[in-house]
Design a protein around this ligand. Structure first.
Ligand code: PRP
Ligand code: URA
Length: 213
């Protein structure tokens, strides 16, 4: 068990500004989706700071010069449904990334993850896997996703969230200390039905307009 989780919490003013809008209960689904995308871009920028590069030569209109291109094959693994809203931002950062959807929902009675969609091929096709899910609550879904990816043969895995609870950070880093966690916010705690406090409510429902009125 690690002494300290490998946790990276954004402190960028643009992230903090957008987070307050994201949490606001009066933010409608359209604006909410825009904010998920914008914050994902900013957190993704931080999460990918150590992506591998290779040197290339580039001809400018004036001369040849040295340049770089990404050397990692990156796999984006959005956890359905809520992780879908993070994909576009990561694709803007890394247009060649593969997307491998993973369907997991949290049984609201047991708070345990249930897998319902997984079309990963037999062997891994990427060098770096980024699990995308706005919410890290108990950590059950993230831990299950990491196990799926490790069974697939993935060796470098990062977890990218927008809001994390300390309980989820502990669960993931206890089970998978090799997986760094990037998040826009580390919130206070979970409530007695497993929701993050202060949180933002149900990230899937708020993106897709499916919450109770
Ligand atoms: C939410 C969220 C995570 C999970 C987090 O998904 O997007 O996947 O809960 O909770 P945990 O850390 O306790 O596992 P949910 O199950 O509500 O599914 P949805 O995205 O389809 O709404
Ligand atoms: N899933 C969510 O969408 N929100 C929470 O607060 C916890 C789990």
């Amino acid at each position: 068990m690690p002494d300290q989780p490998d946790l990276h919490v954004s402190t960028h003013p643009a992230v903090l500004h957008k987070l307050a809008l994201l949490r606001d209960e009066s933010t409608d689904p359209k604006k909410f989706r825009e904010l998920v995308r914008e914050i994902s871009w900013l957190v993704g920028y931080e999460a990918l700071a150590d992506a591998k590069l290779e040197d290339i030569e580039v001809r400018t209109p004036l001369e040849m010069t040295e340049g770089h291109q990404l050397a990692d094959r990156i796999g984006l693994v959005p956890i359905l449904r809520a992780g879908l809203g993070m994909v576009d931002a990561f694709h803007e950062l890394f247009p060649t990334a593969q997307v491998w959807h993973l369907g997991l929902f949290r049984d609201e009675r047991t708070l345990r993850p249930v897998e319902y969609y997984n079309k990963l091929p037999d062997r891994t096709t990427v060098d770096l896997s980024l699990i995308l899910d706005p919410m890290l609550a108990t950590g059950g879904s993230a831990t299950a996703a990491i196990e799926v990816l490790k069974d697939w043969g993935a060796s470098r895995i990062k977890l990218v969230n927008l809001i994390a609870a300390p309980e989820g950070v502990k669960a993931v880093s206890d089970a998978h200390p090799d997986v760094p966690i990037y998040t826009a916010s580390l919130d206070r705690s979970l409530n007695d039905v497993g929701y993050i406090q202060p949180g933002l409510g149900d990230a899937g429902d708020r993106q897709f307009g499916t919450g109770s009125p």
